[in-house]
Design a protein around this ligand. Structure first.
Ligand SMILES: [Cu+2]
Length: 569
């Protein structure tokens, strides 16, 4: 029996009748908005750590052997664990909690016109397990031997044998932290899917659901369907690490490539687990700031479903040179090239939505447009890597690294900034400062390209990943290459410095931003019909009824250029 949230009436005056203690307001709150904020701020905190790690190891690459300000000398072991945990943190403790858990928690009940998630207490538990997983991961930096340094893909035997990893304790703690994080998102996914399927406002049909909600629901299904084999793999790896089993030990009949299959069977759908919510955020923003309906809503929806299915058919493109059967490589080349079609189609649909629109270049819109532009570079360069023939050359080079930063940075960072700058007025009741917003935008986007374009060049020149220093590889220690490494690092430092502008804007706007009112951007989806910030229970005494789909802008039958979903007619 679903522990269904209280009826709207029961929320009435809920906050007022007694001052809530710190514990009930923050630690044990089951309000989806509070839980969303906690996921968001935890994700932002982890992004600072992940960004600092990138700064430290990039300083080592650009200025080998130098004392890094704020870190000290980066040793080879440090380098390995900084790179490993930069990747791990950015994907599992930044992209996932912010794009799925924070925006999912905040938006789903508000956009569906209900008062909370179907399972509020399970929601609270999912955040508590997530927080525990972050603490466990960071604790691994303080154990004997230090944090895991065997790469975020944790390939055995490097990850399973203490004599190789040199961080036996760190390796196992890393594994436990990731497994806990997976449990938190399994619990979260149950809430997102059941709430979207069971708690829509009266009158809201499946095609009336805003695209970002659908994208988060499909992302949750992909996560739940792909993570099982990896959890089984993690148990096997933990046993290899600690009780001497040999699942992945080729000397004793095990198979290290088995781990690669289990990892990437999850790892590639995981790309869409974080991509889809970001694309959903972009859909909300480009319709509002071009005053146009989303072009071909149903086509996009079916394309999302199709992409979800296809995402389970491409995983071995990560293993073209791992010794898999070349005939299999051909099949995975075809499926990989196939999956670029629906993604390209969605990008075209977004461009078609913009076409002929009356576009306002607000900060959220700039981020949404930057997402499309930068992600396109990621997508196109992925085609090179999807072709097994070309990948034999590019595999494990900086070309791959630049490629997935042109997909993941637009997803995790640009997607987050787009969503935060768009929904900040709803979340906090005040407007963000547009001037500071635009300074932060350009101070992030321009340096970003100066970090990764040089890495494409270095990768094409054969520079391999995960190497502490290139002094031992004369063909990679050429002066022009070192200059590109320095350029990439300096651009990174500049980009990180500009993030200060974002935090200043966030803090000042929180306290002194212009009052936002209910609907500052004149958007038609339901989160904008209630107060900013929304009260506990979201819509006061009466939940809304829905009469039309999302994104009704510039409708010929209406004077106003937007038609809220809850206004009849
Ligand atoms: Cu992949």
């Amino acid at each position: 029996m679903a522990e269904s949230a209280a009826t709207p009436a029961e929320h009435e005056g809920h906050d007022e009748h007694h001052e809530q203690s710190f514990w009930s307001k923050y630690v044990f709150s089951t309000d989806h908005k509070m839980i969303a904020m906690q996921y968001m701020f935890t994700g932002m905190f982890m992004a600072l750590i992940g960004g600092f790690f990138a700064y430290a190891f990039r300083m080592q690459l650009a200025f080998p052997g130098m004392e890094v300000p704020g870190f000290g000398l980066v040793s080879p072991t440090d380098y390995n664990s900084l790179v490993t945990n930069h990747g791990t943190i950015m994907i599992f403790w930044v992209a996932m909690p912010v794009l799925i858990a924070a925006f999912g928690n905040y938006l789903i009940p508000l956009m569906l016109g209900c008062d909370d998630m179907v399972f509020p207490r399970l929601n609270r538990l999912s955040y508590q397990i997530f927080l525990l997983s972050a603490v466990v991961l960071l604790a691994s930096f303080f154990v004997e031997g230090g944090a895991f340094g065997g790469a975020w893909t944790a390939y055995p035997p490097l990850s399973s044998k203490a004599e190789y990893s040199l961080t036996p304790l760190g390796s196992s703690i890393w594994l436990v932290a990731v497994a806990l994080e997976f449990v938190a998102f399994l619990l979260g996914g149950i809430n997102f899917i059941t709430t979207a399927m069971n708690s829509r406002a009266p009158g809201m049909k499946m095609y009336d659901v805003p695209m970002v909600v659908w994208m988060i629901v499909v992302a949750s299904i992909l996560f739940m369907a792909s993570v099982g084999p990896l959890i089984a793999g993690a148990v096997m790896l933990f046993m290899d690490q600690n009780i001497g089993t040999a699942f992945f030990d080729p000397n004793r009949g095990g198979d290290p490539v088995l781990w690669q299959h289990l990892f990437w069977f999850f790892g590639h759908p995981e790309v869409y687990v974080v991509l889809l919510p970001a694309m959903g955020i972009v859909a909300e923003i480009i319709t509002v700031f071009s005053r146009k309906k989303l072009f071909a809503y149903k086509t996009v929806l079916y394309t999302v479903f199709g992409t979800g299915v296809l995402s389970f058919t491409v995983w071995a493109h990560h293993q073209f040179i791992a010794g898999i059967d070349p005939r299999m490589a051909n099949i995975f080349t075809v499926t990989t090239l196939l999956i670029s079609i629906p993604i390209a189609e969605m990008c075209f649909v977004y461009v078609a939505t913009l076409y002929g629109g009356s576009i306002t270049l607000s900060t959220p819109m700039l981020w949404a447009l930057a997402f499309l532009g930068e992600f396109l570079i990621g997508g196109v360069t992925g085609i090179f890597l999807g072709a097994s023939g070309a990948d034999i050359y590019f595999h494990d080079t900086y070309f791959v690294l630049a490629h997935f930063h042109y997909t993941f940075f637009p997803i995790a960072i640009i997607g987050t900034f787009a969503g935060v700058t768009y929904w900040f007025p709803k979340m906090f009741g005040r407007m963000m400062n547009e001037t500071l917003g635009k300074i932060h935008f350009w101070g992030t986007i321009i340096p970003f390209n100066f970090i990764f374009i040089p890495l494409f060049v270095l990768g094409a020149a054969g520079q391999h990943r995960r190497i502490y220093s290139y002094e031992h590889f004369p063909e990679l220690a050429l002066p022009w290459m070192q200059s590109l490494r320095e350029l990439a690092t300096i651009a990174l430092v500049i980009m990180l410095a500009f993030q200060v502008v974002f935090f200043i804007n966030f803090y000042i706007s929180l306290r002194r931003g212009k009052k936002a009112g209910k609907n500052p951007f004149k958007a038609n989806t339901l989160e904008w019909i209630t107060e900013s910030p929304p009260p506990h229970g979201n819509f006061g005494a009466e939940l809304p009824t829905v009469y039309r789909g999302p994104y009704e802008y510039s409708h010929p039958d209406r004077d106003e250029d937007y038609w809220p979903q809850n206004v009849p007619g």
